[in-house]
Design a protein around this ligand. Structure first.
Ligand code: ADP
Ligand code: TZD
Ligand code: MG
Length: 576
């Protein structure tokens, strides 16, 4: 039991039971923003040896918890105050659930009796009801003796099956409740096997292997579920043993190194349209994969399927057939599924036909040569390519560094230009394409991995969480933020055509000094106008580990509207 409890003699309280329950389950870090009713709880947590990372806005504390969950397979924990703090954290909770990242949002709440009669308490809100549709599960604990069960249920719900966000409601009164210390200790639960293995059926495995065997143009797509699963060796072995070309989704980059001979990234549009059997591993056929149909997949029209047969390796049985027919669902955890598939391959697995792999290699070579030519250019002002070439070299030199990435063009160009070499080193806007994850993810990446973090940010994207540079400085985290500054959303050259003095809605103040924001809190702030200046500042930042913000000034006309998803704009849809 805790020292505090001991000094109190035979009683313990809600504060300490929550701390002890978390510790019992090996949770040592809390991402939070203080205030009534959790201020004392956070102080006590710190005093009891927990790492408490205190943020400037709950959304970023929540995003940090989500990233921690993705990186560690343990639920990231975020604590907030009632109503407004809770609501600020809710975007992160919903985003975590959407992305299948395990986290627990714990919010203090007001007095139940007053909330339920709507009598106007301080920060009154029926938080449990609001959280429910936005997460996997939501619980409230009313009595100190139920804290152990509440935390155990929250942990299980977050990490078992398809991982996701969980909401835990802790009313203010609960923290101060006391109970017998010994009974309190006994009431806590150490969760055994929180994310049990789920073994796929032998018939499902055979069906998938038979389909792959008959394929002329097979393709594997690795998604962030595969990265999350930490089954790196099994996946590598499967890919290499089968010889099947693969495509990594954004956050699966580095699961196998991007320069792997079987990577088909540089021939993406060719392989998607041409493949006959596609094996999805922890990737959904959502908008990011054009729902498995349409022209991307070689279909005749925007709604027509391309004729591929799909194998889906996923923990969620309802994911199959979500967009197009799934010929061979393999349901279980990715580690167990890939191990079973590896076992079923047999000794004499025939590699895919050479005309398929050869055609891919040909296109890859052509595209990679073209890319190398573009990257070698040194235009003035700098553009996305010449700036990102510097980041590309840095990640090659430091493959252990974590790359955080958000923006529109700033995202798309980074994803295609910067190769990743190790698993779970790329954190980005995920399934929603959400802006605002940048600093929260960067803080968690630094705290959880202890490795250098490079956050490549659009100037708009950075604005969503920019105040957390103070947090980064306060905890002296090895985070280097690189803002690809084109003076606006998509680009800085938009015009207001109305004749009024206002700037266009997508434009920002010209020549903004984001670097000075970092200086304001004692970090290093640097302007970079050339790749040489950018390289020098980045080298220094990574070598020193000092919080750094590099304001990389690029051509303000360099971007395109919405980056690569221009076609999703309603005006573009009208033209279709
Ligand atoms: P991406 O955006 O990279 O394509 P998605 O988020 O769409 O990836 O898909 C991730 C998928 O991985 C989800 O369908 C989820 O159910 C699945 N998943 C997550 N963790 C595991 C796991 N440990 N085992 C099996 N499937 C998993
Ligand atoms: N709000 C939220 C929460 N998420 C979003 N995705 C958006 C708004 C819309 N949006 C994008 O999809 S990208 C983007 C916004 C506002 C910013 C693009 O500007 P940037 O990047 O400066 O970050 P580039 O390099 O100028 O394209
Ligand atoms: Mg921009």
């Amino acid at each position: 039991m805790t020292t505090e409890t001991q000094t109190q003699g035979t009683t313990t309280d809600g504060f300490h039971l929550v701390i002890d329950a978390l510790k019992l389950n090996d949770i040592r870090t809390i991402y939070a923003l203080p205030g009534i009713p959790i201020t004392d709880f956070l102080r006590m947590s710190q005093a009891e040896g927990m790492r408490v990372i205190s943020f400037r806005h709950e959304q970023h504390a929540g995003n940090a918890a989500a990233a921690a969950g993705f990186l560690t397979q343990k639920p990231g924990i975020c604590f907030t105050v009632s109503a407004p703090g809770f609501l600020n954290g809710l975007t992160a909770l919903a985003n975590a659930t959407t992305n299948c990242f395990p986290m627990i949002l714990v919010s203090g709440s007001s007095e139940r009796e007053i909330v339920d009669l709507q009598q106007g308490d301080y920060e009154e809100m029926d938080q449990l009801a609001i959280a429910k549709p936005l997460c996997k599960a939501a619980f409230r604990v009313l009595h100190a003796e139920d804290i152990g069960v509440g935390i155990a249920r929250a942990i299980r719900a977050a990490v078992s099956g398809r991982p996701g966000g969980v909401y835990l409601d802790l009313p203010a009164k609960l923290f101060a409740q006391t109970m017998d210390a010994e009974a309190g200790k006994k009431s806590l639960i150490k969760v055994v096997d929180a994310a049990p293995k789920q073994i796929p059926g032998a018939d499902a495995v055979k069906r998938a292997v038979d389909l792959l065997k008959g394929a002329k143009k097979p393709l594997i797509i690795l998604g962030k579920g595969a990265a999350y699963a930490q089954a790196d060796a099994e996946i590598k072995s499967f890919v290499e043993k089968t010889g099947i070309p693969y495509l990594p989704m954004s956050m699966a980059k580095g699961l196998l190194p991007d320069n792997h001979a079987q990577s088909a990234s540089a021939a993406r549009s060719y392989v998607l349209a041409e493949a006959d059997v596609v094996m999805l591993v922890g990737a959904r056929l959502n908008w990011l994969l054009s729902h498995g149909k349409g022209k991307t997949w070689g279909g005749a029209g925007s709604k027509q399927a391309g004729g591929q047969q799909f194998i889906q390796v996923d923990i969620s049985p309802t994911e199959a057939d979500s967009n197009v027919a799934t010929a061979a669902p393999v349901i279980g955890d990715i580690g167990s599924c890939i191990a079973a598939l590896n076992g079923a391959l047999g000794a004499n697995w025939a590699k895919p036909p050479a005309d398929w792999t050869g055609a891919i290699a040909e296109r890859k070579d052509k595209n990679l040569t073209k890319m190398a030519e573009t990257l070698a250019k040194n235009p003035s002002p700098m553009n996305f390519h010449s700036a990102l070439n510097v980041i590309r070299d840095k990640i090659k030199e430091r493959p252990d560094a974590v790359l955080v990435n958000e923006g529109a063009n700033a995202l798309d160009f980074t994803r295609s230009i910067v190769d990743m070499y190790e698993p779970r080193k790329r954190l980005d806007v995920g399934t929603w394409g959400i802006m605002g994850i940048g600093m929260g993810f960067a803080v968690a990446a630094a705290v959880e991995t202890g490795k250098p973090v490079i956050a490549v940010e659009g100037d708009s994207a950075f604005g969503f969480s920019g105040m957390e540079v103070e947090t980064i400085c306060r905890y002296n985290l090895p985070v280097c933020i690189v803002i690809l500054n084109n003076n606006g959303i998509y680009k800085g050259t938009d015009q207001n055509t109305s004749g009024t003095a206002d700037m266009a809605p997508t434009q920002f103040v010209k020549n903004a000094r984001y670097d000075m924001m970092m200086q304001a809190f004692g970090g290093a702030g640097v302007m970079a106008h050339t790749p040489e200046e950018l390289k020098k500042a980045l080298d220094e930042a990574v070598a020193s580990g000092k919080p750094t913000l590099i304001n990389a000034v690029i051509d303000e006309g360099a971007g395109t509207e919405s980056g690569r998803i221009t076609s999703l704009n309603p005006a573009a849809a009208k033209k279709k």
